[in-house]
Ligand binder design. Structure first.
Ligand code: AMP
Length: 276
């Protein structure tokens, strides 16, 4: 695997790489990321991954400084997964001067859910992903459903700006006990790690109830929030939404649904979701 720290080097490699599938990440790679890399490899001549912890998408009181940075171990995993090129720029490459132009996603898409609790987050995500797509110029870009709203925002950005890239979603990879893999799981204490799968169990319970015909979403959501709170969580939301735009389903709406949740366990904020 070749490691590129400059845009020029990455672009030269990309030009010789044929059909390229791109997987942007913030590093501290786990099996969820690696599954995206493998999926990418099945669809292109070469996989390009990126590792960049993007300051723009972190709020002032969020974990930018303590976000795990594990480049050496990440490189080993990428190499083993057959990734051809890693773009690992530092901030002087991505933001040589403070970024003054930004992508503002549709307010209807980013004033809700994660956007409600993380002001400016998706503006930072969309801005860096547009920049990375312009640098890498891939044929395909892969994003995980783990970050469901992010996938929705980025798919819409690509479509509305007619970016010449195909967005492919990857299924959420979970630990055997159901916990969605996440770099932030590393923040959990042993006791919190044992408690953490409850979030997924609540999502599963809601999905199963809805599939069994229960359409009283508010009751199901309220029960899940209460159950989490009773076990020490501080839930931000548990909510059933339409998959396409993440708005609440109208009465009698037959649109495909997804249930999404975010909750804090100790100081760690976990998110998860499940298509219904
Ligand atoms: P991150 O490094 O957190 O920015 O994630 C990089 C990419 O990996 C994003 O597209 C995420 O949605 C995806 N991802 C993160 N965790 C998982 C997971 N458990 N399963 C599948 N994809 C994931």
């Amino acid at each position: 695997m070749q490691i590129h720290t400059t845009i020029e080097s990455l672009r030269a490699a990309r030009a010789a790489a044929g059909k390229v599938a791109f997987v942007p990440t913030m590093g501290n790679l786990h099996e969820g990321h690696i599954t995206l890399m493998r999926q990418a490899g099945e669809r292109a001549d070469a996989v390009i991954a990126s590792i960049f912890v993007n300051r723009l998408q972190f709020g002032p009181r969020e974990d930018f400084d303590k976000y795990p940075r594990t480049l050496a171990a990440d490189c080993e995993r990428l190499e083993a997964a057959g990734v051809a090129h890693l773009f690992a720029p530092d901030e002087t490459v991505m933001y040589p001067t403070p970024q003054q132009y930004h992508v503002d996603p549709a307010p209807a898409h980013v004033s809700i859910l994660e956007g409600e609790f993380r002001a400016g987050h998706f503006r930072g995500v969309a801005t860096v992903v547009l920049k990375l797509l312009n640098i890498v110029q891939p044929d395909i870009a892969l994003f995980g459903k783990k970050d469901y709203q992010q996938l929705m925002v980025l798919s819409n950005m690509v479509r509305e700006f007619a970016l010449p890239v195909e967005v492919l979603p990857g299924e959420t990879v979970r630990a055997p006990d159901g916990l969605a893999l996440s770099s932030r799981n590393g923040y959990l204490s042993a006791a919190e790690r044992a408690e953490a799968p409850r979030l997924y169990r609540q999502l599963t319970a809601i999905r199963d109830a809805v599939l069994a015909g229960d359409r009283d979403f508010l009751k199901l959501e309220t029960m899940a929030v209460a159950e989490l709170a009773a076990h020490g969580w501080r839930p931000d939301y548990v909510t059933v939404r339409r998959r396409a735009d993440l708005q609440p389903p109208a009465h009698g709406d037959a649109a495909p649904l997804v249930v999404l949740a975010a909750a804090k366990l100790g100081t760690t904020r976990l998110i998860d979701n499940l298509e219904i």
